[in-house]
Design a protein around this ligand. Sequence first.
Ligand code: S6P
Ligand code: ZN
Length: 195
Amino acid sequence: MPEFATQPVAPMAITFDPAAATLTPSGPTLTRRMSDLEGLFADTEAWREAAEGENPIVYEVVSSPVPEADRELPQSITTIHPGQVSGEFWMTKGHQHPNHQGEIYLGIEGVGGLLLFDGEQRRYLDMAPGVIGYIPPGWAHRSINTSDQPYSFLAVYPGSAGHDYGWVLEHGMGHRVISADDGHALIDFSPTGAR
Ligand code: S6P
Ligand code: ZN
């Protein structure tokens, strides 16, 4: 067996339940409430009212036991609950992988979108069960629930990728995703507090 700086975890079978959006056995779970999402939504006053009021859970991330370590390949399932802040759909914080590496998302339940931004070019992918959204190295990414039902997806990414949230707060994601008569619409990114 080759030498590794960090010993790899042992081979394991992980049961993936798409209906329940669970991984068994599971690792850490992350819960993001509205108060954790400062600086994301265009309407700061509406965000503050929600954060200081009911402070709902916006999304949860359950992970498999595979660690975020060099050469490992962790997986996680994110479930974004349905909701809007002043017409802007609930979304993840969004991040850039500072050690530029690719990632895949597989839609498993509900529908949503995957916003991608490399600092110049911007893309939007419609996500649904069975769709693989490919995130190339160097593209920041954010997920959005564009429906009135929960939206879940599986993420698989290199364990050494890292997560830079400051880059997205500084540069935005190129677009905002808002509700529209026929579902959702993309508008140009505006700084937080501009609406
Ligand atoms: C990790 C992967 C996802 C997100 C998750 C939450 O590289 O992209 O597991 O971490 O969807 O999003 P965020 O932006 O809060 O980390
Ligand atoms: Zn990522």
